[in-house]
Design a protein around this ligand. Structure first.
Ligand code: TXA
Ligand code: MG
Length: 309
């Protein structure tokens, strides 16, 4: 028997691979991302192929800082205020693309806007600064599946096919919040690891909601799906179900946060869904308050529970 190939890679090897147009999974503070040189259409195509992702779904461009962002897009004043307060960190901004920006059009699915984020994880930052150019990075899962929050999760998604730099468990555990700056008012396109309340406090006005159309094209109804069926707002498990609790739920197999802390619950969400899913039984999930980070947690749970297409 041959030993299974290990997908783990060092930071310098990851930089070389990215320079050569290969894809590498890297840790961020939210979830692991599947990174590629944003300027290379061929490298970007490898991401879509590995994920099995619909090509109309645009990718987030990850930059080192605000200067790098300014080379790619026009940054409105209100967006600048969020950048100076929250970057590096779990906030993505959708802003108008500059016509001469060095971003492969495949990565943007033909849009004239671009989602920009400056991640906080030291490994991702080291790769960005050594490389000296932006990276696109969707979550490092196969399309429609649970986002990975550890290097082992990435290995589980792709086997030995995709190399990964091990940066431990992601501190936030849920994707960045996406705010759009392409209409009259800033709009919430995806709830995420930065709370709406924190963003509105800096903007001094409420965020508009995304509206009827699918504002972030990737926000398809069924997403983040475990293999098992999922029942939400459950107070107890029935029949063969396993219960995922919150705030000390009685009879829970795992509790997202026994003390009822929403940040802790967000950090544990995907890892616990993956772990329970391995047992091959239907899942029931206790109610989670719809405030603060609870908004993003409920959003992900609803997509995980939605009928599969
Ligand atoms: O925390 C995160 O944001 C992680 C880490 C790896 O950085 N990345 C992530 O990427 O969640 P992904 O590809 O799984 O989700 C990106 C979302 C998709 O829903 C996509 O449709 C949306 O961002 N998006 C990207 N560009 C957009 C644009 N120009 N306008 C509207 N939505 C956009
Ligand atoms: Mg994703």
């Amino acid at each position: 028997m041959t030993a299974p190939s290990t997908p783990f890679m060092s930071i310098p090897a990851a930089v070389s691979a990215l320079q050569a147009g290969q894809i590498v999974a890297l840790p961020t503070e939210t979830v692991y991302g599947l990174a590629a040189d944003a300027a290379s259409g061929e490298a970007v195509a490898r991401i879509y192929a590995a994920k099995g992702r619909p090509q109309f779904n645009p990718l987030i461009v990850h930059v080192f800082d605000a200067d790098a962002a300014g080379k790619i897009a026009h940054i409105p004043t209100q967006a600048e205020r969020l950048i100076s307060r929250f970057w590096p960190g779990p906030l993505s901004l959708v802003v108008p693309l500059k016509p001469d920006a060095a971003v492969a059009s495949l990565a943007l699915a033909g849009l004239d806007t671009v989602a920009l984020r400056s991640p906080e994880h030291p490994i991702f930052r080291e790769v960005l600064s050594t490389l000296g150019r932006p990276l696109v990075a969707p979550s490092a899962n196969r399309s429609g599946r649970i986002s990975p929050t550890s290097a082992q999760d990435v290995a589980e998604e792709f086997g030995g096919d995709v190399p990964v730099v091990d940066g431990g468990q992601c501190a936030r555990g849920i994707e960045s919040t996406i705010v759009g700056f392409t209409a009259d008012r800033p709009a919430l396109l995806r709830p995420g690891a930065l709370s709406v309340e924190d963003i509105e406090a800096v903007l001094g006005e409420p965020l508009a909601s995304a509206g009827e159309e699918i504002a972030a094209p990737g926000m398809m109804t069924s997403h983040y799906a475990p293999n098992a069926a999922l029942r939400l707002d459950a107070h107890r498990a029935k029949d063969s179900e396993l219960l995922l609790g919150f705030g000390g739920t009685k009879g829970a197999r795992l509790d997202l946060s026994p003390s009822g802390d929403l940040g802790e619950a967000a950090a544990n969400l995907f890892a616990y869904l993956r772990s329970l899913d391995r047992e091959g039984r239907p899942l029931a999930v206790a109610p989670i308050p719809r405030e603060g980070l609870g908004l993003a947690i409920n959003d992900r749970l609803q997509r995980a529970a939605a009928p599969r297409g």
